[in-house]
Design a protein around this ligand. Sequence first.
Ligand SMILES: [Zn+2]
Length: 262
Amino acid sequence: MRYQVLRPPYCYRWAALISAVLVTISLIISLSWSGAEGTPATPPPEAGQQIGAATTSSPPPAPGAPVRTTARPGRFVALTFDDGPDPAYTPQVLDLLARHGAVATFCMVGAQVRRHPELVELVVERGMRLCDHTVSHDEELAKRNEARISADITGARADLRLAADGDVPVPYFRAPGGNWSDTITAIASREGMTSLGWSVDSRDWTLPGAPAIVATVQQAVHPGAVILLHDGGGQRRQTVTALAELLPWLIAQGYQFDFPAT
Ligand SMILES: [Zn+2]
């Protein structure tokens, strides 16, 4: 008797449970379909700039976005040296460049420029280009407010102009660590500077040894490459040794040297 009394409620409970499961499944299915329609297949966001070679099939960059190619098309590369000027390494880099008829762009830190203004003059005299790399090399610059970002960018350019004793062109700006934001590129653009990225990271900043720096660049280089190297910010003997090998190798591969696009 008890069995018969209890049976109908259990039956309803099972029916309710099953229909709830069915409704949930159909909801999940319909949601995933609408998601697939509403979200176009986009590539994952770029994991910072510390990436090897850029592909030639990538879409043209948005206005104000960091440039990652040489000014001229064809078999050119643009060498860029960051975090100087440094009294030990910058002159060595300049001598190597001169020996091989190469040009490069130097992304200088304002604090270093104030210590070694004569090196800015030397870089300009040798026909190289200057790039503003902020006063303080704050890798968290993107998190600061607009006034602070602006002061760090315009301050370094003022340091460069003061050091070069005149209205020397500073056509580029590069964010410390390659940590860009829309505000940073907008300020650089407003100040008349091209935001400068790179397409080949030599990873010399990890101090992997000169042979590893040479191998990294040899594997990743491509026509139009902007190559990241360092002449300051630490011990750069490895970079200088690698450069002595890379310059003749690049020339043997048919590469010529150019500045980055503006
Ligand atoms: Zn830097």
